[in-house]
Design a protein. Structure first.
Length: 137
C-alpha cells in the first residue's frame, strides 16, 4: 500500500492547523459553557459542536486508514456547511448570536480560517485520493 500523503509535507501542516483549531474551539466552548451558558446557549453549543468536528477532522486527516478518510470527508463537509449556515445566521439574526462562535460571521474572529479550512481539507482529500489511486495502479 502506498504511503498516504496526509502524514507528510502539506498534509502535516493541514493536520497541525486542524489540531490548533480543535484546541481553540474546545477551550472556547468549555469556558463559554462553564461560565456563561445562560447568556447565549445556542452560540455556546455551536462552539462545542465545532470543537467536536475539529477534533474528528484532526484525527481523521492524520490517519492513513481508509475508514478515517471517510470520516475526514464527512467532518470537513459538515464543517463547511456549519460555517456557511452559522455564518449566514449570525449575520442576519444577530439576536440569536449575542456572543460569537468559532463559525460566527464565517469565522471572522479567527481571520476567516474556519471558512477556508474545510475547503482546504476537502481539496487535500481529493488530491491524496488521486495520488493514492495512481500509486496503487
Amino acid at each position: 500500500m502506498a504511503e498516504h500523503k496526509s502524514v507528510t509535507g502539506p498534509g502535516r501542516v493541514l493536520v497541525a492547523v486542524y489540531a490548533i483549531f480543535a484546541l481553540a474551539a474546545t477551550s472556547r466552548a468549555g469556558v463559554q459553557i462553564g461560565t456563561k451558558f445562560h447568556e447565549a446557549p445556542l452560540a455556546y453549543l455551536l462552539s462545542a459542536v465545532a470543537a467536536v468536528i475539529y477534533i474528528l477532522a484532526t484525527v481523521a486527516l492524520a490517519s492513513t486508514k481508509d475508514a478515517w478518510r471517510r470520516v475526514a470527508l464527512v467532518s470537513c463537509s459538515i464543517e463547511f456547511l456549519g460555517v456557511l449556515v452559522v455564518g449566514t445566521l449570525s449575520v442576519f439574526d444577530t439576536a440569536a448570536f449575542p456572543d460569537a462562535t468559532v463559525w460566527s460571521v464565517y469565522g471572522r474572529g479567527y481571520g476567516f480560517i474556519p471558512l477556508v479550512l474545510p475547503i482546504l481539507g476537502l481539496l487535500w482529500l481529493r488530491h491524496t485520493s488521486r495520488s493514492t489511486a495512481a500509486a496503487e495502479s
